[in-house]
Design a protein around this ligand. Structure first.
Ligand code: USQ
Length: 508
């Protein structure tokens, strides 16, 4: 199992004691290797909050597989009854993860300020999959899955004291940070929206980091970043996992420097993506100054509706947005196919992105929660399971819609309201999740598209899509102009074209 050999050094249940030198942050674990004569005067020692009878000991002494508090699970060794707090538990990902973790035996708590519900409402849109109020959702989770989740309505930035009190009460052993506005177009509407997104995201993250420093410094923060921080380097330079590998070299002016361990350059594509870049630096600094530990999860574009828990009862479903601001591209394409709107490819439709299905993203998060970084470690994973152009995805949706659901799906190219390269090289490294954490993607794009059609074609969801069809076409231009995009071309869907445009994986 991927985390069998991790030691108490990685475990959130320890208190650090002995010779803890906070200036040593970022030092490699090697410097604290076990030695026979380790004492609290000479070495970092640990006390276990769960097993106080151990007294002071060297944190390298006990591995997860040796510790009775860590149990085997499908996703690695898992800390028994591990307490996970989800910031943003009411959202598309937050609610899905809460049910997923709860079903695995984690003790789940969460906070939310319901901003997402308000932002979507403000755009005149709605989740096409109906969701109920939080207390009804919690009630259903109890009834159907026997889960008792502890929830508080808290804004993590403006209600910092309440957040502190809740964290102090729960003492989470992992904090998942999903409490951010996830929309590039929303941040580009006008100055008010740009400020709202950056305030919510950057200041909320800072508040969460300070809270963790003060109350649960041994707890890891699993923070949702985005592949969009990196942009699409036009030189074709590979997109490394957050930090340059040790052998990366910069050559210039007949001289040479190592780039190993430096944060790779960012080229964000909207004021939203800029907020995530700022978060990266804030998390990185918090790890450096205070020995916090964090995974920055550079997630690709997410899609899908399915996990076993979400499907177990209609009251447990997660939200699903399809408007120009909050709908991600595959989810939007399937809704467009159902609404009889030709799928909207922006520009050439040759933008390449990393993608991951909802269920697979949950599995990745679980593996990361179960394998916390070392104290002071800021680590990055690129969380994608396939690399596709938007054109390939549109063809896949059109093909499935036509052949399996008998829908007359068409594809159009429309003006691109965003400022982004619509033809560019793209080489993403996404090796850590499969190699270090033994993650293997389980959900294919084709299968998830099929599931989405099945759900979207049910009477209730279909009529909610129809009700809000006016929010589907984009009107938010990066230039600030507000006008609906115009069609550039209606693509002809020939059978041969289907074969040419088959989904493929560029790498990985
Ligand atoms: N696109 C279309 N047609 C549409 C909608 C989008 O061609 O109807 C194109 C966009 O121009 C873009 C690509 O599809 O090139 C992806 O767009 P998106 O809206 O699905 O995703 P994006 O705005 O990039 O943002 C989403 C999430 C965000 C996350 C990001 C990961 O909303 O939270 O950060 O995916 S990534 O794209 O890797 O940056």
């Amino acid at each position: 199992m991927h985390n069998a050999k991790c030691t108490c050094w990685n475990c959130p249940a320890i208190n650090l004691a002995g010779k803890v030198d906070f200036r040593a942050c970022g030092q490699s674990i090697k410097q604290f290797d076990k030695t026979a004569d380790a004492t609290e005067e000479t070495h970092i020692m640990a006390e276990c909050k769960r097993r106080p009878e151990l007294g002071l000991f060297n944190p390298m002494d006990i591995t997860f597989e040796e510790c009775p508090q860590w149990r085997k699970s499908p996703y690695g060794y898992m800390l028994k009854d591990m307490r996970v707090m989800i910031l943003g538990i009411d959202g598309y990902l937050g609610w899905t993860l809460a049910l997923w973790l709860g079903s695995l035996g984690f003790k789940v708590s969460g906070v939310d300020n319901y901003n997402r519900r308000e932002w979507v409402k403000e755009r005149g849109a709605q989740t096409i999959v109906p969701i109920s109020r939080m207390n009804e959702r919690l009630h259903a989770a109890r009834e159907v899955l026997d889960l008792n989740m502890d929830f508080r309505q808290i804004d993590i930035y403006s209600e910092r004291e309440r957040l502190k009190e809740f964290v102090d009460e729960v003492k989470p052993e992992s904090v998942v940070h999903y409490a951010e506005c996830p929309s590039a177009p929303f941040s580009m509407i006008d100055v008010e929206h740009a400020i709202e997104v950056q305030k919510n995201n950057v200041l909320g993250t800072l508040a969460a980091l300070f809270t963790m420093r003060d109350i649960v410094p041994e707890t890891s923060m699993v923070k949702l970043g985005t592949m969009g921080e990196y942009g699409t380097p036009l030189t074709g330079r590979p997109i490394f996992e957050g930090l340059f590998p040790a052998d990366a070299v910069l050559q210039w002016d007949d001289r040479e420097w190592s780039l190993g361990g430096e944060i790779v350059p960012r080229d964000p594509a909207s004021f939203y993506h800029v907020s995530k870049v700022q978060d990266t630096f804030n998390c990185y600094e918090a790890c450096k100054y205070w020995w916090l530990r964090s995974y920055d999860v550079m997630q690709g574009v997410i899609f899908g509706v399915h996990t076993d828990q979400l499907a177990s009862d209609p009251r447990l479903r997660t939200r699903l947005d399809i408007d120009e601001c909050f709908g991600t591209v595959i989810n939007r394409f399937v809704a467009q196919a159902v609404a009889g709107i030709p799928l909207t490819l922006y520009g050439l439709g040759k933008q390449i992105r990393g993608y991951i299905a909802l269920r697979d993203a949950m599995e990745c998060m679980t593996r990361l929660i179960c394998s916390p970084p070392e104290p002071g470690q800021y680590a990055v994973v690129n969380q994608v399971s396939g690399i596709y152009s938007t054109r390939q995805l549109a063809y896949e949706v059109a093909k499935t819609g036509r052949e399996e659901f008998g829908l007359p799906v068409e594809i159009q190219r429309v003006e691109n309201p965003r400022v982004e390269a619509d033809e560019h090289p793209f080489e993403v490294l996404h090796e850590r999740l499969p190699k270090q954490f033994e993650f293997e993607a389980k959900v294919s794009v084709a299968d998830e598209i099929r599931r989405m059609f099945e759900l979207f074609l049910t009477d209730e969801v279909k009529s909610r899509i129809e009700e809000r069809r006016q929010v589907i076409m984009p009107r938010t231009w990066w230039s600030g102009v507000k006008k609906e995009v115009e069609r550039l071309e209606l693509l002809e869907l020939k059978d041969e074209l289907h074969d040419e445009e088959q989904l493929y994986k560029v790498n990985g």
